[in-house]
Design a protein around this ligand. Structure first.
Ligand SMILES: Nc1nc2c(ncn2[C@@H]2O[C@H](COP(=O)(O)OP(=O)(O)OP(=O)(O)O)[C@@H](O)[C@H]2O)c(=O)[nH]1
Length: 280
């Protein structure tokens, strides 16, 4: 249930309570150009470059030198039916592995992925929730405070696409309207012949438009579109943080500590406390 790779996150030294610094951000997590959408027919952003405010924040020297515990982080919650491939999607991106055998997620789990976006550090705290009905009440306790909601369906199981509306409704019931970026992701696209894939994508695009979500089709098995998808999530979440800071009246750098619920230290602490409570 509590499955973190220690090298990826900032750790606390238990002996004297001092904070240790995380290792440098890996080269394959550096995002320079604004990532493109999967299809303009169901996209949250059609623009091809960063906002002016983002560019200004990225060139701010002070923001680049923020201590790690004031760096920005967004909470991402992944929901969807059991067996659609949520865990595999996360594992393909975070660990570059693919597990053929199904192991149900019990409750929740999370990973932290660190990025460098146009010179600034930024992290995603990615929550994997259980699709099984019997674990739903545990998982739903973690929907609150999400900046991104990813609703996942299996491209080879059309019923799971129908259920995404319900999943989104439940996740949004714990969050303020319009507070989250929403993505609709079809997994296992390796399983479909191209004609059928196109039909399913058209259905998904229709539903994504209703949900005001951005649509992506991916395969955790082949890795197809997985990195591109998470880069897009990171870029849009990052821009949202920057815009929020400037709307809240902060100076144009990020990491001024105004968005308390999305800075690195407080999110990690909240996650640790939540996990502790659910284990007791
Ligand atoms: N062919 C193919 N199989 C996949 C893909 N992604 C996941 N699977 C398979 O689908 C099954 C379920 O994957 P999981 O990631 O465990 O599903 P989940 O949505 O996390 O399930 P819960 O934890 O019960 O909510 C596993 O047997 C995976 O091997 C994919 O992209 N292609």
């Amino acid at each position: 249930m509590f499955n973190q790779t220690p090298s990826k996150v900032v750790m606390q030294d238990n002996r004297n309570g001092t904070m240790l610094y995380p290792p440098p951000i890996s080269r394959d997590r550096v995002i320079c150009e604004f990532p493109k959408c999967y299809t303009p027919e169901a996209s949250l952003e059609l623009k091809k470059d960063w906002d002016i405010q983002t560019k200004a924040a990225c060139s701010d020297r002070a923001a680049r030198q923020q201590p790690w515990d004031r760096q920005k982080m967004s909470k991402v919650v992944i929901v969807g039916d059991l067996n659609v491939g949520k865990t595999c999607l996360i594992n393909r991106f975070c660990k570059d592995v693919f597990e053929r055998d199904y192991k149900a997620t019990i409750g929740v789990d999370f990973e932290i992925e660190r990025f460098e976006i146009s010179g600034l550090p930024f992290s995603l705290q990615i929550w994997d929730t259980a699709g099984q009905e019997k674990f739903k009440c545990i998982a739903s306790a973690y929907y609150r405070g999400a900046q991104v909601i990813i609703t996942v369906f299996d491209m080879a199981d059309i019923k799971s696409l129908d259920h995404t509306r319900q999943w989104l409704e439940e996740a949004m019931s714990e969050n303020k309207p319009d507070s989250c970026l929403i993505f609709l992701v079809g997994t296992k696209n390796d399983l479909l012949p191209s004609e059928e894939r196109q039909r399913t994508e058209n259905d998904a695009i229709r539903i994504a438009t209703e949900m005001q979500a951005e649509f992506w089709a991916v395969s955790a098995k082949t890795g197809g579109n997985v990195q591109r998808f998470f880069f897009r999530v990171a870029a849009l979440a990052f821009e949202k943080c920057i815009l929020k800071d400037s709307q809240d009246g902060a100076t144009v750098g990020i990491g001024q500590g105004v968005s308390i619920n999305s800075d690195c230290a407080s999110l990690q602490e909240a996650a640790r406390q939540d996990m502790k409570r659910s284990c007791c």
